[in-house]
Design a protein. Sequence first.
Length: 118
Amino acid sequence: MARNSEAIIQNAIVGWIRACAPQAICHSIPNGIHCSKSQGALAVYTGLLKGAFDLVVIDRCEPFYIEVKTDTGDLSKEQKEFMARLDSQGVPWIVAKSIDDVRAAFDRWGIETREVAV
């Protein structure tokens, strides 16, 4: 079980997406994984991009990016640069601190979910 609060939030978000929007593809970008120096060099060599957001969701042939943070978490310099690159390409993104943030973003983005409005 993850002790990292951000990992716990991300796990809950991924679970919600996979249960409530199963038509969407959701996968993580493992930038925060600790590994050896040689494994890290190989990851960069093969395309890992520092600052890339935690999750990619693809729905209706469109990518959507999610950066997961705790209530006290802030974006790094590299994440802010990545955010600016997404903005320049018109790619939707959010910083999510809870499933509710993702739920609201899916509503704005028009991603259908199995949840029923009350």
